[in-house]
Design a protein around this ligand. Structure first.
Ligand SMILES: Cc1cc2nc3c(=O)[nH]c(=O)nc-3n(C[C@H](O)[C@H](O)[C@H](O)COP(=O)(O)OP(=O)(O)OC[C@H]3O[C@@H](n4cnc5c(N)ncnc54)[C@H](O)[C@@H]3O)c2cc1C
Length: 144
């Protein structure tokens, strides 16, 4: 039986091959920050996002802006570097910042993929149910 596997370039493919090492659910700032650190550490992973990058911010109202100043935006490898550190980014700028951040390190985000269930396989792997099939995340033990 083949297991659906997501490739890094955003295309779905079917494969009976290896599971992914780490699957991150959600491409908000938590998921993207984790993806940044995993990328830095050289850990193969995917990020599954039911909407688009920064979806929670996209869903806010037109006039929304941060209630904390821009200088406090200090994502790992993605600090605010714009001209208004004491300003308050409006919604669309927040989304653009997150989009740029994700692209800056080529975060392996798969948009439009909703995880409906998280389970555990016999071998300790994580099983993620998505409309595109089940994804298995399993980080092999590394030698000491
Ligand atoms: C009205 C309001 C104003 C706020 N203002 C500020 C502010 O000024 N400054 C500040 O720092 N914080 C603010 N916050 C808080 C901030 O929005 C959250 O702390 C932040 O979004 C949390 O980031 P996160 O990545 O953990 O979650 P989220 O940003 O919620 O990201 C989670 C992501 O996971 C995706 N997802 C969820 N479930 C699934 C699933 N089953 N499968 C696939 N994808 C899934 C979602 O679509 C989403 O993109 C505010 C919050 C609210 C509600």
């Amino acid at each position: 039986m083949t297991t659906p596997l997501l490739s890094r370039n955003g295309l779905l493919r079917s494969a009976s091959a290896e599971p992914v090492e780490v699957a991150v659910v959600g491409a908000g700032q938590a998921g993207l920050s984790l993806s940044y650190e995993l990328t830095e550490a050289g850990v193969d992973h995917i990020v599954l996002e039911r909407g688009r990058v920064g979806q929670a911010w996209r869903d806010r109202w037109d006039s929304f802006c941060l209630v904390i100043p821009n200088w406090t935006v200090q994502l790992p490898g993605g600090r605010y570097q714009g001209p208004q550190p004491d300003g308050f980014m409006p919604r669309d700028d927040i989304v653009a910042h997150l989009d740029r951040y994700a692209r800056s390190f080529r975060a392996p985000v798969h948009e439009g993929i909703s995880v409906s269930r998280l389970g555990r396989g016999d071998d300790g792997s994580f099983l993620l149910d998505t409309p595109s099939g089940q994804i298995r995340a399993h980080r092999p033990r590394r030698g000491r």
